[in-house]
Design a binder for this molecule. Structure first.
Ligand code: ADP
Length: 269
């Protein structure tokens, strides 16, 4: 049949004997497609009503209202914003899942991108009353080829997590360097850290190490799933090293063909 999907597995037994097993995974593929379509459609449909609710709340909050009502409205506005971020992340993730490879590759000025995320991270830290030190260590010889919005999202999710999961006065280091294997982006923090049993499941949607720890930090539970998918589309890999109570190191490894040598200033006309 035309839309049948088969998965083949070959096992070698020595002496030239081989066993070929073909598995019909058509139903599995269809189910996965239905799930992806459902999430994409549901999040798209949720966007408009949410925008209307937010609009009304803003109009009410502009007026002189009794104190308890203002308090309730403020809470509603905070929750509506959370829902908007969640819907935006769900939509973004389903777009990433919909295709395996990036549509086009643009040169990304990595120094500028990381500097701007660093500034946003400092603002985030301040909003949580934290005085983190956030440093940048960047190899300025190479840039990266890719899809800017996806890489911005991947890098900022990792950097914002470092801010959110580090208690007061954290030290966060952002690095970009190139060696003979490719380009490497890394974020190191000396924050809460993660127990090793959780590491392999961290990039699953809505997987959280500890609900109590995450609920106050304002994430959507989709950050690392977005990072994983965005990297996969760039042929890159995520590695995570962490120690509970000591801190974490999240690294993204890009292949050599995704690098772009920065042109010296005099050669730019
Ligand atoms: P969210 O942060 O919104 O819960 P993520 O997918 O970004 O979702 O992260 C998944 C979980 O991984 C988080 O809930 C948190 O427990 C853990 N985590 C992520 N980054 C860090 C970090 N830098 N330090 C400690 N824990 C982290």
């Amino acid at each position: 049949l035309n839309d049948t999907v088969l998965q083949y597995q070959i096992t070698e037994f020595g002496f030239g004997d081989r066993l070929l097993v073909a598995r019909d995974i058509t139903q599995l593929v269809r189910l996965e497609q239905t799930r992806q379509d459902f999430v994409a459609n549901a999040s798209h449909e949720l966007r408009t009503p949410l925008t209307v609710i937010r609009g009304y709340l803003e109009t009410f909050l502009d007026q002189e209202l009794p104190k308890p009502l203002t308090r309730a409205m403020n809470q509603m506005q905070i929750q509506a914003s959370r829902m908007e971020s969640l819907v935006a992340d769900l939509l973004f993730l389903s777009r990433l899942e919909a295709s395996q490879h990036i549509p086009d590759e643009n040169p990304i000025r990595i120094q500028e991108m990381l500097h701007s995320i660093q500034q946003d991270a400092l603002i985030l830290a301040r909003s949580q009353n934290k005085t983190h030190e956030i440093t940048l260590n960047i190899d300025t010889e190479y840039d990266l080829l890719g899809q800017p919005q996806e890489l911005h999202s991947a890098f900022s999710n990792l950097i914002f997590n470092a801010v959110r999961y580090s208690p007061q006065k954290g030290e966060i280091n952002i690095q970009w360097w190139v060696d003979q294997e490719g380009g490497h982006f890394a974020v190191q923090d000396n924050g809460l850290g993660i127990e090793s049993i959780h590491l392999s499941r961290l990039t699953e949607r809505f997987y959280r190490v500890d609900e109590g720890r995450s609920s106050s930090t304002g994430g959507t539970g989709l950050g690392l799933a977005i990072v994983k998918h965005a990297l996969h589309r760039h042929g890159a890999k995520l590695t995570i090293e962490s120690q509970l109570g000591k801190g974490s190191l999240f690294s993204c490894h890009f292949p050599l063909d995704m690098l772009d040598k920065v042109k010296p200033l005099e050669s730019i006309v």
